[in-house]
Design a protein around this ligand. Structure first.
Ligand code: R5P
Length: 260
């Protein structure tokens, strides 16, 4: 793996812990101004000191993120559907590799929809993106998006994560599930977990703890941070688990104290 690829990956998955706290705010590419991301620049600004990497679209990055902030960018480069359609799987690559390089992306992120009507297109999108990324030393993060009819069980997520790795993804983002250690064991590249829909802070901390305990290298969390009433404290609590070795109970105790 070229020095540049290793350097970009080291900016995302920190060498000292082998872990990652990625903040995901790319939701608007198909959800529009979703709750908490109405003004993404304002939402993100206080959180960046606690994130190892920021996952977002070029539109948000260019328009509302301070270019003076030194944070690795995981650029959402797939899209083409919205929540108004039933089948979200009909995505294409929506950012050229030239623009990703121009914007100084540290990684390229796209969704694959295994088992969906457009499964093949999304998987060949991944393969081509890995070719382009490899050419320029930019790693690819594959998001194992889940179609409405797919169940987030270890069998499905294990299949989708392994296919992503086989096609060349350098990092896989999937969901935590019962038997998650089997998903990790069957995937030869690092896995981060999405937080999914907003749940109680205590439960989100347990989600993060269970995931890293089962072998995930960290989280690529969005709604459970920016939709929390205490986003800054929440990302710090997640960090204390992912990088600081705290249990969910210890992190929750800290969070309770921090929010009074
Ligand atoms: C979907 O919009 C994106 O893939 C998000 O990056 C992903 O779902 C992680 O965000 P959350 O923790 O809100 O699920």
């Amino acid at each position: 793996m070229d020095w540049g690829m290793r350097n970009r990956l080291a900016g995302i998955i920190k060498p000292d812990t082998g872990r990652c706290v990625m903040l995901a705010v790319d939701h608007g590419y198909f959800q529009g101004p979703t709750t908490g991301l109405e003004r993404p620049g304002d939402t993100v600004a206080p959180l960046l000191d606690y994130a190892d990497a920021l996952m977002l679209t070029r539109g948000v990055l260019r328009n509302v993120i301070d270019p003076g902030r030194r944070i690795p960018i995981v650029l959402r480069v797939s899209g083409g559907t919205s929540i108004l359609v039933d089948d979200l799987s009909d995505e294409e690559i929506t950012v050229s590799i030239e623009d990703a390089i121009r914007i100084n992306a540290s990684a390229l992120a796209l969704s694959i929809f295994v088992g969906s009507p457009h499964e093949k297109e999304t998987l060949t999108n991944l393969a081509r993106l890995c070719d382009d990324g490899h050419k320029y030393g930019i790693p690819v993060l594959a998001v194992t998006a889940v179609g409405k009819e797919m169940s987030r069980d270890a069998r499905y997520l294990g299949l989708a994560s392994r296919i992503a790795a086989e096609l060349g993804a350098h990092i896989v983002k999937t969901y935590y599930c019962e038997g998650f250690e089997k998903v990790v064991a069957g995937c030869p590249v690092p896995i981060v977990i999405a937080g999914g829909k907003k749940i109680e802070e205590r439960d989100a901390l347990t989600l993060a703890y269970d995931a890293v305990s089962a072998g995930a290298v960290g989280v690529d969390m969005g709604r459970n941070i920016f939709q929390s009433k205490w986003p800054v404290q929440m990302i710090q609590a997640v960090r204390s688990i992912v990088h600081g070795g705290k249990t969910d109970a210890e992190a929750w105790e800290w969070l309770e104290g921090a929010i009074g």
